[in-house]
Design a protein around this ligand. Structure first.
Ligand SMILES: Nc1ncnc2c1ncn2[C@@H]1O[C@H](COP(=O)(O)OP(=O)(O)OP(=O)(O)O)[C@@H](O)[C@H]1O
Length: 276
């Protein structure tokens, strides 16, 4: 394990937290009385489609307000227009899909993201170049957005999320649609981000969590079924306790039975697995 794993596992001050949050879309309950704390490092939100991961990220990004409960970001209650606007400048977001003008160059797009995040004009170019080199896209600053491959586009997506040097970055399913080799590269990139800022990453792939995350929260049907370290998740019955390598060139990571999580079977581990 790397040093930032242990730092995050020692219960440092949370970077973000939700307490008793519920969100409904008409008759659908997307989140039901969810309480979670996000320490420094990389936290995975693991769950099948529809579990409530994107909704939880939308609360942490301040895009949505909970129907009940509270959201605390960077030590402040995320309410009140002025405070929320100030907090947004310190948060980076990679949505599941992001729009862009295809004729923008990579640099123009990233500078535009800096403008949206209220980075002062004099710093925008420098921040954009730095963010692009962070994701190894510095050679492609002049390429049109419309001419990028899927993997490159996702890298630029991470760059735009990092362009305001956020203290908290939220990544919604960052590895979806990547081929296996790209996914391995992305996992190491996301791990590196975790050394710069707190990262919350949603995924339905248990392998992502095993290779990238310090901590994990399992969501199913809008409720939290587990929180803890990856090792603790692996130790659960049905969590898969074997060690091995699922294609990563990095250190050997514990394996989680991804099929069990994706199929929503993890709750079969029993009530003792349910942590709040
Ligand atoms: N705008 C919306 N209107 C109505 N229902 C919604 C809306 N957004 C989400 N839902 C529903 O809320 C529940 C949680 O959705 P959410 O997108 O948060 O889950 P998720 O775990 O991120 O899944 P996915 O990976 O498929 O996005 C699902 O039942 C979903 O159908």
């Amino acid at each position: 394990m790397t040093t930032h794993h242990s730092a995050a596992a020692t219960g440092s001050q949370p970077v973000a937290a939700v307490a008793g949050v519920s969100v409904r879309y008409g008759p659908t309950t997307a989140l039901d009385d969810v309480s979670l704390e996000f320490p420094p490092g990389v936290t995975g939100l693991l769950g099948p489609n529809g579990a409530g991961k994107s909704t939880l990220l939308s609360l942490l990004s301040t895009a949505r307000r909970p129907r009940t409960g509270s959201v605390t970001l960077l030590g402040e209650d995320a309410s009140g227009r002025a405070r929320v606007q100030r907090l947004r400048r310190r948060i980076g977001v990679l949505p599941q899909s992001f729009g862009f003008y295809p004729r923008f160059t990579v640099l123009e797009f990233t500078e535009y993201a800096a403008w949206l995040r209220k980075v002062p004009a004099a710093q925008r170019r420098e921040r954009a170049v730095e963010a692009l080199s962070l994701v190894q896209m510095e050679k492609y600053t002049g390429r049109r957005m419309g001419a990028l491959s899927g993997g490159m586009l996702r890298r630029v997506g991470i760059a735009q999320a990092m362009v305001n040097e956020p203290s908290l970055v939220l990544l919604d399913e960052p590895t979806v649609g990547l081929d296996p080799a790209q996914r391995v590269g992305f996992r190491s990139l996301i791990k590196d981000l975790g050394d710069r800022c707190a990262v919350v990453m949603s995924t339905h792939l248990a392998e992502d969590v095993a290779h990238v995350c310090d901590r994990v929260a399992v969501l199913l049907e809008g409720t939290v079924r587990f929180t803890g370290t990856v090792a603790e998740l692996c130790a659960l019955p049905g969590g898969g306790a074997s060690s091995g390598d699922a294609g990563s060139s990095g250190p050997v990571a514990p394996q989680i039975d991804g099929r069990a999580v994706e199929a929503g079977y993890l709750h079969l581990a029993g009530p003792e697995a349910v942590a709040t």
